[in-house]
Design a protein around this ligand. Sequence first.
Ligand code: CTP
Ligand code: MG
Ligand code: K
Length: 181
Amino acid sequence: MTLLETIVIAFWAMLPAYVPNNAAVLAGGGRPIDGGRTWGDKRVLGDGKTWRGTAAGIVAGLALAGFLTLFAADVSAATGIDVPEFTPRAALGLAAGAMLGDILASFLKRRSGRQRGAMFPGLDQLDFVVVSLPLTALLASEWFFDVFTWEVVAVVVVLTPILHVTTNMIAYKLGLKNEPW
Ligand code: CTP
Ligand code: MG
Ligand code: K
């Protein structure tokens, strides 16, 4: 497989994990998941993790996986690059795993004294990969190990922070996000 093919497959396979964060930013608001509760003198998660944002993120990831699955065969035929279809379990692992990773990251940010919106370099860019890939491996093992070869995983680890920084900068410039990270 060429590097370009690996990059296309990595991007395609990760789209259902990439889009939930952006959907959550657009849909966020309302009741925070932690209900305002604190642990010690700090919030458990903070106002940046809401039920509505989380639900919208997961639904957006699932919908995108369904959409990509409809077109996978045509895209593969047209490009000669064998992009995968998503099984329901794979889609759920990627979408829910991305949201869960983001929530766990906020939990860690609050424990380390960071206020809502504070940056945590490294964690901000890779939190959703760290949870979505293992969750997908658990929920859809056969699919996961078929698609996520070591080469694909390596590309994901390099590509994700670049995409994350770029999309968040765009969302910030458009006034959709409070901080550019
Ligand atoms: N958001 C949400 N629910 C989520 C994730 C995000 O409602 N599960 C919305 C919130 O409005 C949040 C915005 O998307 O403020 C940006 O997301 P993020 O950068 O992850 O949250 P922060 O506000 O920066 O909070 P934290 O410091 O906890 O990451
Ligand atoms: Mg943030
Ligand atoms: K985040």
